[in-house]
Every structure is written in C-alpha cells, then in structure tokens.
Design a protein around this ligand. Structure first.
Ligand code: NAD
Ligand code: DAU
Length: 331
C-alpha cells in the first residue's frame, strides 16, 4: 500500500508520516513547504526507502494526478490552519483549503482511490455546553473554519455524486512536539522560556478539547483502514481545559512567574468552547491514551530541549505577521 500524504511536513502530517512508516506503509509526502512546513520535522525518516518527498502544491492538478496514480489512498492534511491569519487575510485559505481539496478529490475520483479529508471540530462552531455529534449542522464562524466546512461539503458531494470512497475526520485541538509557534501552546511555551509575555485573548475562559498529536494520528490511521465510505469521525478526548488553565500549567512546568500573563483584546468572533462527542470513532476500536497532564509535560520538555527548532522560526519571516498582529491587540 502506498499512501499520498499531503501537508506531511507540517505539525500533524509529519507525525502521521512517521506513524505510517513505522507500520511499513510506503509514503509519498506532497507539501508546498509554506511558512509552517518544515522538513526538519522528518529528518529521522528522510533516508527511509519507503518514504519520498515531493515539493508541490495541492492546487496543481498535474502534480497531484501524477502522484495519485502511484497510490491507493490520499490523506489530506495540507491546509492553511491559523484562525488569526484567516481573519487578517482569508484568500490563501480559500485557495488551499477549498480549491486544493477539490483538486485532490478529482484525482481520487479519476484514479478510483480512497481519500481521507482531515477536517476540524471548528466546522460545528462554538457550543456552550454538551458536545457535537457528526450529524450536527455546520456553523463555522471564521474564514478558516468556513473554508474547512466547504471542503467537507465538497468531499461529501463526491461520495454522493460519484461514489468516491472518502471519509472525513474532525479532530479537536492538537498539541505536541513540532507545532508551529503561532498556536497557543507552543507560542506560550516558547515565549515563557524567552521571558516574554503570554498574550491571552480576552478573559481566557474560552476552552478547547486538547488531544495529543499522536493520539489523533492513530485515529486517522484507524479511519484510513476501517472507516466506512461517506462517514465522518469526530476525534477528541471528551475533556476540556480553558486557556487560563493551560497557560498556568505551562508556567508551572517551566517554573516561571504567573505575572508573565497579559490579557489583551479578544480575537474577533472568538469561539468560546469547542466540544465533540467521540463515541463513533471509539466504536472502531480507538481511544485516547495521553492525558493532558502527561501530554503538556512531554510538549513543554520538547520545546525546552529543541530551542534550535523554534528559535530559527521565531525570527525572520515569522516576525512580520505576529509583531503587527499582537501590537494591534495591545501587547
Ligand atoms: P500546519 O500548518 O502545521 O501544516 C500544514 C502543512 O500543509 C504545512 O506543511 C504546509 O507547508 C502544507 N501546505 C499548506 N498549503 C499547501 C498547499 N497549497 N499545497 C501543499 N501543501 C501545503 O497544520 P497542522 O496543524 O498540522 O494541521 C494539519 C491539518 O489538520 C489541517 O488540515 C488542519 O485543518 C487540520 N486540523 C488541525 C488541528 C490542530 O489543532 N492543529 C485540529 C484539527 C484539524
Ligand atoms: O479546534 C481545532 C482547531 O484548533 C484547528 O482546526 C486549527 O487549525 C487550530 O489552529 C486550532 O484553532 P484555535 O483557534 O482553537 O487554536 P489557537 O491555538 O490559535 O487558539 C487556542 C485558544 O487560545 C483560542 O481560544 C484562542 C486562544 N489564544 C490563542 C493565541 C494564539 C490566545 O488567547 N492567545 C494567543 O496568542
């Protein structure tokens, strides 16, 4: 079996590539190496004979078709993924997350292969209490989540209209080693190590269901092997932690003072709480294995031990967007 993994140089995709290789599956990784793609995430597998890397864009039908011909499945992680960036500049989200997914769906259809579309719990929108199931309506609120919801609908239409063998996974917030330091956990961990302020949007009472990245990758692998055609699978732990509690845990693990916390203006249209019901994926034999206390310790340790990985990122290109972004919000 050869799997075309797109976005395999990013955070979750790189963990997934390593999981497939461990299971002796052949992998072709197609990644455009945008700002969040990083081949250092894959340096331990780059010489593996079962692995090959192609630098290319999922919006390019020629490249995608050439690679899809050699594969029995596509797993699409490639996306623009940061909510704040989507609010500042949505165009690239529509291009990659919608048009890019369409190109992959066409390639899967033409070559009659399976496709797993990696989506997000954000497509359901915010829920004050309780949890969303897979049959709940989509109420995305940001350009990011709307572009992901559009890709979900396109995927389901390909199942319905063409009989494409596709599944969708909707996971909650991932965290772990190799996450680009724009998302809250790596941003706050690296800021705290550097003695910089941790910019909490608004009250900090917003909450997320945090899943350790390898738990999500195991679930995607289960869906790849056992997921039923046309089905959607939520992937989460079923437990929420609010942003202030996440932040305090990071500071405690790093033995840093809580005075580094700074409340700044809120994210526009900030979703207060995400929560998904994971009973459907559990029926396929999956369950989460890493508690938040274990996972956050592993993650904070990794960022402490891998300063060369993130220090390179937090200079140069990175500064352009984030300096302006946080200045506007009052940091
Ligand atoms: P990431 O930003 O770390 O990685 C995205 C990868 O996609 C990068 O390697 C980038 O170079 C590549 N890419 C972007 N545009 C591309 C294009 N046009 N062609 C080819 N490659 C392209 O993102 P991530 O956090 O690893 O997220 C991966 C997937 O999981 C995304 O689809 C995201 O929507 C979804 N997801 C993420 C989370 C999370 O908490 N991080 C949660 C649920 C779902
Ligand atoms: O729910 C899954 C989604 O989780 C994924 O689909 C997205 O790709 C991923 O980016 C993530 O979206 P969030 O917006 O939830 O993640 P982020 O890390 O950006 O923010 C998490 C929470 O922390 C959110 O309530 C906003 C808050 N936050 C974030 C940043 C970056 C802050 O308070 N300050 C910050 O500087």
């Amino acid at each position: 079996m050869t799997v075309l993994v797109t976005g395999g140089a990013g955070f979750i995709g790189s963990h997934f590539v390593k999981l497939l290789l461990k299971k002796n599956v052949d992998v072709i990784n197609l990644d455009a190496l945008t700002y969040s793609g990083n081949l250092e995430n894959l340096k331990e597998v780059q010489k593996n004979k079962k692995y090959s890397f192609v630098k290319g864009n999922i919006q390019d039908p020629k490249t995608v078709n050439r690679l899809a011909k050699k594969c029995s499945a596509i797993v699409n992680f490639a996306a623009e993924t940061h909510v704040d960036k989507s609010i500042a500049d949505p165009a690239s989200f529509i291009k990659t997350d919608v048009i890019g997914t369409h190109v992959l769906l066409e390639a899967a259809r033409k070559n009659d292969i399976r496709m797993i579309q990696i989506s997000t719990d954000e497509v359901y929108g915010s829920i004050p209490k309780g949890s969303f199931s897979e049959s709940d309506p989509l109420r995305p609120t940001s350009p990011y989540s709307s572009s992901k919801a559009s890709a979900d609908l396109l995927t389901l239409s390909y199942v319905h209209s063409y009989g494409l063998d596709a599944c969708i996974t909707r996971s909650s917030n991932n965290y772990g080693p190799n996450q680009y330091p724009e998302k809250i956990i790596p941003l706050f961990t690296t800021n705290a190590i550097e003695g910089k302020k941790l910019p909490i949007y608004g009250s900090g009472k917003q909450s997320r269901d945090w899943i350790f990245v390898t738990d999500n990758c195991r679930a995607v692998d289960v869906v790849l092997r056992k997921g039923k055609k046309g089905q959607i699978y939520n992937i989460g732990t079923g437990k929420n932690v609010n942003n202030l509690d996440v932040t305090k845990k990071i500071l405690r693990l790093l033995k840093k003072d809580q005075s580094l916390i700074k409340h700044i203006s809120d994210r526009p249209g900030h979703d207060q709480r995400y929560s998904i019901n994971n009973s459907k994926i559990r029926k396929l034999g999956w369950k989460p294995t890493v508690t938040f206390d274990q996972g956050i310790k592993t993650t904070v340790d990794w960022y402490q031990q891998n300063e060369q990985w993130w220090k390179k990122i937090k200079t140069g290109e990175y500064l352009k967007f984030y300096k302006a972004h946080y200045k506007k919000l009052g940091l």
